[in-house]
Design a protein around this ligand. Structure first.
Ligand code: ATP
Ligand code: MG
Length: 453
């Protein structure tokens, strides 16, 4: 009887009696699946994904030979390498059993099978399988919250994380530089969380979002009656960051008058509220960020050099997404998993064409753009394969500049042929029908484009 709580065990043997016997002794502990030949075994295996399989090597049509059994073993191990396959071998077949172990079987038992021995071996197998599953899950989780919520296994990102760890231990001001959407705010917040100030506040302020006339009072606060509309005393962002970290986003947008005042705070550690006379001591670590070219600002006089050097004691460059190699795909699939679950569509994955377009797209909006496109695709996708169209990645972006018409045509042909082959699991008739061409033409294409079946 099927029970959702029991572990699944597949028994493959052509001898009905042996199967029945085993089922008798094992069904109280396991959910038993059975098969009497290779096809049946593989079908049950694909459908139920048992973590342990008991396999008799001598299967029909030639029960006296081991090839059907060996093939079954090979296919199971290839499709799910962690499966524990236990070989049940006849008397005097020790050699075959050893060969099977060489090909990926986990262990073997000789007929007649001793029930106690079998029980014990099964317990151990399921236990090991469970440990392995937990381990994989743990590793995945470790990766998921790899670094304060930031994903990134690529070398440039690992370097960035290393720098964050290092600067977090000091109080030095940090300047985070990077294109828009690269994760500058996340980096700033990671610096805070990794620092001894982690229990204090992290106060972000986007300097470009606040009108110039209000920025000073937003940052420094104001006393009651200091200007029209100031009907009560308010503390500013700097004071709010007392004991914590102040994140000055889009620092390149700060007007010169406010730069001077911020510079004074950086030098002396005191501020004055707008309209106030008292110097207030504030202990806040400063992290600033910009995607603008501050060197240009310094050259044309819109950004003070002394302010820059005070702010950028440490400079941290966050690389654009397109320079993060394998991370692009990793981030895309992680986001897809996340958003698909949110959209109640847990089975979504990218089509081969989608992955290809993700790899070659320029991602000028970086991680933010990737996140937005994947979020949208998770909602818009029909079925469970996300296509380049779901991601709204224009196809022209998949063809690099300088491509000849012939190259472009071949690239497109290759993409379509590969997609059709993948969709129909290598079946030429179905794949050629889908593309509306004859089988001979399809073979010609495979040849010409150098595609292996
Ligand atoms: N390495 C990463 N792993 C996971 N999510 C990330 C990563 N980097 C950025 N993000 C996500 O991408 C989005 C943009 O990040 P963030 O706001 O930190 O970037 P930014 O550089 O400050 O962007 P902008 O210049 O637009 O202000 C956020 O939703 C953030 O959660
Ligand atoms: Mg930002």
């Amino acid at each position: 009887m099927a029970s959702p709580d029991k572990a699944k065990l597949l028994i493959v043997d052509d001898d009905d009696e042996i199967r029945t016997q085993m089922r008798w002794s094992l069904s109280s502990d396991y959910e038993i699946l059975q098969a009497g030949n290779r096809e049946g075994a593989l079908q049950q295996f694909k459908e139920h994904q048992p973590s342990v399989v008991l396999l008799d090597l001598g299967l029909p049509p030639r029960p006296n030979l081991t090839d059907e059994g060996m093939n079954t073993l090979a296919e199971i191990v290839q499709s799910a390498p962690k499966t524990k396959v236990i070989i049940i071998s006849g008397q005097g077949e020790r050699e075959n059993a050893l060969e099977a172990i060489g090909r990926g079987a986990y262990d073997f038992l000789s007929k007649p099978v001793d029930t106690d021995e079998l029980q014990l071996l099964l317990k151990r197998c399921f236990y090991v399988a469970e440990l392995e599953r937990d381990y994989v899950k743990m590793q995945r989780q470790l990766n998921e919250d790899a670094f304060e919520g930031m994903l990134g296994n690529s070398e440039p990102m690992q370097k960035v994380f290393g720098l964050v760890r290092k600067v977090a231990t000091s109080d030095a001001p940090v300047m985070v530089l990077g294109e828009s959407g690269t994760g500058k705010e996340m980096i700033a917040s990671a610096i805070h969380k990794r620092s001894s100030r982690a229990d204090g506040p992290f106060v972000p302020i986007n300097c470009s979002a606040i009108p110039e006339s209000l920025l000073e009072s937003e940052l420094f606060g104001h006393e009651k009656g200091s200007f029209t509309g100031a009907d009560s005393t308010r503390i500013g962002k700097i004071e709010q960051a007392q004991g914590g970290t102040l994140f000055l986003d889009e620092i390149g947008e700060v007007p010169l008058s406010v730069q001077v005042k911020l510079l004074r705070f950086l030098q002396e550690g005191y501020i004055e509220r707008v309209g106030g006379r008292e110097a207030i001591k504030v202990d806040a670590r400063i992290v600033a960020a910009t995607n603008a070219d501050l060197k240009k600002g310094m050259a044309d006089g819109s950004f003070r050099e002394d302010f820059y050097f005070r702010l950028a004691v440490v400079e941290l460059n966050v690389p654009p997404l397109r320079e993060r190699g394998e991370d692009i795909e990793y981030l895309a699939t992680t986001f897809l998993k996340r958003f698909a679950a949110e959209a109640g569509n847990g089975n979504l994955s990218f089509s081969a064409a989608a992955l290809k377009s993700i790899r070659s797209y320029a991602w000028s909006g970086n991680v933010r753009e990737l996140q937005n496109r994947v979020r949208r695709a998770a909602i818009m996708c029909d079925g469970n394969r996300v296509s380049p169209e779901d991601l709204q990645i224009p196809s022209s972006n998949r063809i690099p500049a300088g491509t000849t018409l012939k190259e472009a045509r071949e690239a497109l042909e290759k993409e379509l042929v590969e997609a059709a082959l993948a969709k129909h699991k290598g079946k030429i008739t179905a794949a050629s029908a889908e593309l509306g061409i004859s089988r001979p033409t399809f073979y010609e294409l495979l040849d010409r484009l150098g595609i292996k079946r």
